[in-house]
Design a protein around this ligand. Structure first.
Ligand SMILES: [Zn+2]
Length: 211
């Protein structure tokens, strides 16, 4: 299971499930096939104006059964207007909450702000921080707060070990590596058979969707 990707592999073997991400304002949602699971949200890099038109567009698609997650949404200190980012992020988090769908979170150097939003909103929906590359101490702080962490092509083994077994996912994001390779890297870091890691990720996903 690839919980977050921006592109599908050219040759699909059918052994993996891909959760394709779609960015409101960057991709035209209506033109694309809607028959497979995807996540949709307003990425902090692609906010247009006050973001209101994008929120309206998001509202229209978010209820579709093919939308399995909301996001990626988040906070990025390398992008302008953090207060506006935070407003749009929290609005999307509330939408995820209302729809009982997990939220995929993009976070760059804004951990305290993210923790602040989490404590403020007390979400029941899972918040999954995608592409987590931080060290173990940060991972533990986020895990203790209640977050899930998703790891991609680059990650710290100790952070993955902290999140395994119940709070981890794996993803390709924008990496050209196949998801199978990322599972193999994770399995090597955990000294576990790759099948076990894959089964655990599926169990984690099933648990999230039961709330
Ligand atoms: Zn992404």
């Amino acid at each position: 299971m690839d919980i977050h990707t921006h592109g599908l592999p050219e040759r699909e073997t059918g052994e993996a499930v891909y959760f394709l991400n779609r960015i409101v304002g960057k991709e035209r949602l209506s033109d694309e096939p809607m028959h497979m699971p995807f996540s949709v949200g307003i990425h902090p890099w692609y906010i247009e104006g006050d973001g209101r038109a994008q929120l309206e567009a998001l509202w229209k698609v978010a209820r579709l059964p093919e939308v399995w997650l909301i996001g990626e949404a988040g906070l990025d200190k390398n992008s302008p207007d953090l207060p506006l980012q935070q407003t749009l992020f929290e609005t999307q988090a509330l939408l995820a909450e209302e729809l009982r769908k997990p939220l995929v979170v993009h976070c760059v150097r804004a951990w305290q702000e993210l923790l602040g939003s989490y404590r403020k909103l007390h979400p029941l929906s899972a918040w999954i921080i995608h592409g987590f590359r931080g060290k173990r101490a940060l991972a533990e702080q986020l895990l203790n707060a209640g977050f899930y962490l998703s790891f991609g092509a680059h990650f710290q083994a100790e952070a993955l070990q902290a999140a395994y077994p119940h709070r981890f996912f794996l993803e390709t994001d924008e990496s050209p590596l196949p998801i199978q390779t990322i599972y193999q890297h994770a399995a090597d870091s955990l000294s576990l058979p790759v099948e076990e890691v894959a089964e655990q990720a599926e169990r984690n996903w099933e648990k999230l969707t039961m709330i």
